[in-house]
Design a protein around this ligand. Structure first.
Ligand code: G3I
Length: 512
C-alpha cells in the first residue's frame, strides 16, 4: 500500500470505530487498486520487450486481479464499502494491453531501442497510476487539487522519450496523452462501478437489445452483457414473425434462449413487441379477412405469447410504433395505418392492452415509438394517445421512447428530460428503449457527450426506469444493415473495447 493510501486507511479505521461505514471512500477503495494496475502496466510493457506470450500476460493479469480483490476485501474489512467496484479489473487490464500493443506496433528500430521506448512508457505508466492512486479525492464530485507531481512525471517522461532515437509515430505529447487516458480510465475502474452497478445504485436499469446467435457465436458477448447490463431486450426474437410465423404454430425457442440467459444472470427481460403493424408481421395477419378474424388472431397471438413467458418477461411493448412516421394526422388521426387499425379501428390498442393484461396481470404494459423524444406533433399525439387510454381505464403502465438518435438531430439532455416528463406527468413510467447514437459524422467525443446526456436525463426524472441501448457492440448494430454501413453507434466497438461513449454513459449514471 502506498504512503497516502496507508494513512487514509488508518484514518478510516479510526473513524469507522465510532461511525457507520461511509459509502465508497474513493481514496481507500481505489489507491491500492491503482497501484496494482500500475504494476501490471509496467510488467506488461516489460514483457512486451521480449515478445510477450499469452502466458506472460495471463500471469500479470492474474497477479493484478488478486491484488485488486485483496485491496477491496481489506478495505471492506475496515468498514469501507468498496465491494461494488470489484468487477472492473478485467476491462482495466484490457485497456492496458491495448495500450501496450499500440505503443509496440508504432515503434521501429533495433530491438534494444524499442525496448528502451517500451520500458520508458511502462515506467511512466506505473508512476502516473501510483501517483493518481495516492491522490484520489475522498468522494465522487470532489474536484482533484492541482497535481505538481503528475506534471513533473509527465515532463520527465517527455524528456526521456525525446532522447530515445528509434522511430515511433508517438510524439512526446501524444504518448503522454495516451498514458493520461489510461490513468483516467483506471481511476474510473478503481473507484466506480460497471454500468450495471452504477445503474443499480441510481435506481434504474441499463439494458441492451440482443440476438441469441450473437451470444452463442461470440465468446465476448455473453460476459460483457452480463457484467454491464441489468436488462435484456430480444432485438427480434419475440416479434410476431418469429413467435408465430405460421398461423397457430408458435416457436418460442430463440426467445427462450434469451430468457434463460437473462435469468442465469439476474437480468430483467423487456419483451418487444406483441403487435407491430409496420414490420416483421407475417402476411397471413395482414390478410385478415374480417374484424372477427383480425381480433381472433390478435387475441390468440398476444395471450399465447404472454402466457408462455408469464412471470419471466417483466414488461411488454404491447403495441410497437402505433403512430405514423412523423405523427402527421393524415386520414387516421396520426395512427399508423395497418391491418388492425383498418379492421378494428383505433380501439385495437386498448384491446391489445386488455388481452395482454389478462394473460399476465403482473406484466408492465408499454407503448413504444420513435421521434417522440423531440417536441412536435408526434410527441403531442403520443401524449394524447396515452392520456386517452388512461382516461378509458386501459391497463397502460409505461411509455417507451425509442431514442434512435440522428434521424431528427441529437436532442440535448434538457429536451430529452422534458419529453420524459410529459409522460411521467400522466402518472406513467418511461423507458428509453432503443438508444443508439451514430458517430461517423459527429465523432466519438460528441457521441460520448450524447450518451452522458441521455443517461443523465433519465436519472433526472423519478419515473424514468431504464435506458436500453439497441445492441452492445457496434459490430452487430442494425444500422449497418439499414443504410449506414460502418456506423459505430453503441458503447462497445467492433473488438469489444469500451468506447468514449461507454465512459459518457458512465458519467451520466454518476450525475445527480
Ligand atoms: O431472420 C432473417 C434471416 O433468416 C435471414 O438470413 C436474414 C437475411 O438478411 O434476415 C433475417 O431477418 C432480419 C432480421 O432483422 C433478423 O436479423 C431482417 O431481414 C431484418 O429486416 C431485421 O431487421 C430488424 C428490424 O427491426 C426489422 O424491422 C433489426 O434487426 C432490428 O434491430 C429492428 O429493430 C427495430 C425495433 O424493433 C423497433 N424500432 C426500430 C428498430 C430499428 O429498426
Amino acid at each position: 500500500m502506498t504512503g497516502r493510501a496507508r494513512i487514509a486507511a488508518v484514518l478510516l479505521l479510526l473513524s469507522t470505530r465510532a461511525a457507520p461505514a461511509s459509502p465508497l471512500p474513493l481514496d481507500v477503495c481505489g489507491g491500492d487498486k491503482l497501484d496494482a494496475l500500475g504494476n501490471a502496466c509496467r510488467a506488461l510493457f516489460r514483457s512486451e520487450t521480449h515478445g510477450s506470450s499469452v502466458n506472460d500476460r495471463a500471469r500479470i493479469t492474474a497477479a493484478a486481479a488478486r491484488r485488486w480483490h485483496r485491496a477491496d476485501a481489506a478495505a471492506t474489512a475496515r468498514g469501507a464499502d468498496c465491494t461494488s467496484a470489484t468487477n472492473a479489473i478485467a476491462p482495466a487490464v484490457t485497456d492496458l494491453s491495448l495500450l501496450v500493443a499500440r505503443f509496440d506496433q508504432s515503434t521501429g528500430g533495433t530491438r534494444a531501442c524499442r525496448s528502451r521506448r517500451l520500458r520508458a512508457a511502462g515506467a511512466a505508466c506505473r508512476a502516473l497510476l501510483r501517483n493518481a492512486g495516492d491522490r484520489l479525492p475522498s468522494q465522487h464530485g470532489v474536484p482533484s487539487p492541482p497535481d505538481p507531481e503528475a506534471a513533473q512525471l509527465r515532463a520527465g517522461f517527455q524528456a526521456r522519450w525525446q532522447k530515445i532515437r528509434c522511430p515511433t509515430s508517438f510524439t512526446p505529447d501524444s504518448a503522454t496523452a495516451a498514458l493520461d487516458g489510461i490513468v483516467e480510465r483506471g481511476i474510473g475502474d478503481a473507484t466506480t462501478l460497471t454500468l450495471r452497478e452504477l445503474a443499480t445504485n441510481a435506481g434504474v436499469l441499463v439494458g441492451a437489445a440482443v440476438e441469441p446467435e450473437h451470444i452463442a457465436n461470440d465468446p465476448q458477448f455473453g460476459p460483457t452483457l452480463a457484467q454491464e447490463f441489468s436488462s435484456l431486450t430480444p432485438e427480434n426474437k419475440m416479434k410476431w414473425d418469429t413467435t408465430e410465423p405460421v398461423r397457430g404454430q408458435f416457436d418460442f425457442t430463440p426467445g427462450d434462449a434469451l430468457v434463460d440467459f437473462a435469468e442465469q444472470h439476474g437480468m430483467r427481460v423487456r419483451g418487444t413487441a406483441l403487435f407491430w403493424g409496420r414490420l416483421q408481421l407475417p402476411d397471413y395477419v395482414k390478410a385478415a379477412a374480417s374484424a372477427d378474424d383480425a381480433r381472433a388472431m390478435l387475441t390468440i397471438h398476444i395471450s399465447t405469447v404472454v402466457q408462455h413467458w408469464a412471470g419471466r418477461v417483466a414488461e411488454w411493448d404491447v403495441v410497437n410504433e402505433p403512430l405514423t412516421l412523423l405523427g402527421d394526422p393524415g386520414t387516421t388521426d396520426g395512427l399508423d395505418d395497418h391491418v388492425m387499425l383498418q379492421k378494428l379501428g383505433p380501439g385495437y390498442i386498448a384491446e391489445a392492452l386488455a388481452i395482454a393484461h389478462a394473460a399476465d396481470p403482473a406484466a408492465k404494459l408499454y407503448l413504444n415509438d420513435f421521434f417522440v423524444e423531440i417536441p412536435g406533433q408526434k410527441q403531442d399525439r403520443f401524449v394524447r394517445l396515452a392520456s386517452d387510454l388512461l382516461a378509458a381505464g386501459a391497463p397502460l403502465h409505461g411509455i417507451g421512447i425509442e431514442s434512435h438518435m440522428g434521424f431528427v438531430g441529437f436532442p440535448s439532455g434538457d429536451v430529452l428530460e422534458a419529453a420524459i416528463r410529459r409522460f411521467t406527468d400522466l402518472g406513467l413510467e418511461v423507458e428509453l428503449t432503443e438508444v443508439d447514437v451514430p458517430a461517423l459524422t459527429r465523432g466519438l467525443s460528441a457521441q460520448a457527450d450524447s450518451y452522458r446526456s441521455i443517461f443523465a436525463a433519465c436519472l433526472a426524472v423519478p419515473g424514468c426506469r431504464a435506458v436500453t441501448t439497441w445492441g452492445v457492440s457496434d459490430r452487430y448494430s442494425w444500422l449497418r444493415n439499414f443504410g449506414a454501413p460502418g456506423e459505430i453507434p453503441l458503447l462497445f466497438d467492433d473488438d469489444w473495447r469500451r468506447k468514449p461513449a461507454y465512459f459518457g454513459a458512465r458519467a451520466g449514471l454518476l450525475a445527480r
